[in-house]
Write a protein that binds this ligand. Sequence first.
Ligand SMILES: C[S@@+](CC[C@H](N)C(=O)[O-])C[C@H]1O[C@@H](n2cnc3c(N)ncnc32)[C@H](O)[C@@H]1O
Length: 263
Amino acid sequence: MKARPFIKWVGGKGGISRKVLEHLPNEIENYYEPFLGGGAIFFNARKRLKNAFLSDVNAQLVQVYKVIQNNIDDLIRILDIHKKSHSKDYYYNIRSMHNLDNPVKMSARFIYLNKTCYNGLYRVNKNNEFNVPMGSYKNPAILDEKNLRACHEVLQNVNIQFGSFEDIEVHKNSVIYCDPPYDETYNQYTVNKFERDIQEKLRDKVLEWSRQGAKVIISNADTDYIRELYKNSVFTIIDIEAPRYISCKTDGRDSTQELLIML
Ligand SMILES: C[S@@+](CC[C@H](N)C(=O)[O-])C[C@H]1O[C@@H](n2cnc3c(N)ncnc32)[C@H](O)[C@@H]1O
């Protein structure tokens, strides 16, 4: 079975993965995805990748990837309990367990809440506590065992790290796909918002990686600010139309203009 992202993630790239893949080389020695989220491009590109380095600043999310890589049976066992116990009271009880130390229990909680919360949002309060209310689903897919086992296989020998893009040092022959929180849209994946000064740091980091010989592809929103930020002629900018999940609308999907920026 082909592994797919095992969580819903705001800004997930499932809808445009084919368009991004068209611009990735057919064989990649070292692939980096420093804004991992649901990892849609990684899962779609995996057959082209010799070595993969996945990272994100969401510590819990990174832990979930590591547990899928190393403790899949225990994770499935606990998710099965969540699946059988799911109710409104159960959701809020599990949601209140903010300080679970056991990585497998924490990961099962993360996936359970992701599958049952409102719109698959990930939002935390200032104490870094998940605070999204329960969504209304008739039959949420809390445990997709086949896909989790497929993800487990694909994640073997993959390097998974917690950390910010700023700390990434790349190997030679690298391709880096960056999918940061977008300009002028949802940018609160963690306690700290991804403001424009950080968009600027990313642009500078991308130039540094390129000087070190890496090929870089960046997704972002089509805004005047982003076009101005990447106006240097070393960047090639392509417009793409994307079906996009809009978090402020209850009913769903819309089409937006996005940019793929390459160098
Ligand atoms: C648009 S989402 C990525 C979506 C992903 N491509 C997918 O298909 O689901 C952006 C991600 O960047 C992460 N992030 C935010 N600030 C970051 C930083 N400074 N360094 C690394 N990751 C960061 C967020 O935690 C979030 O998972």
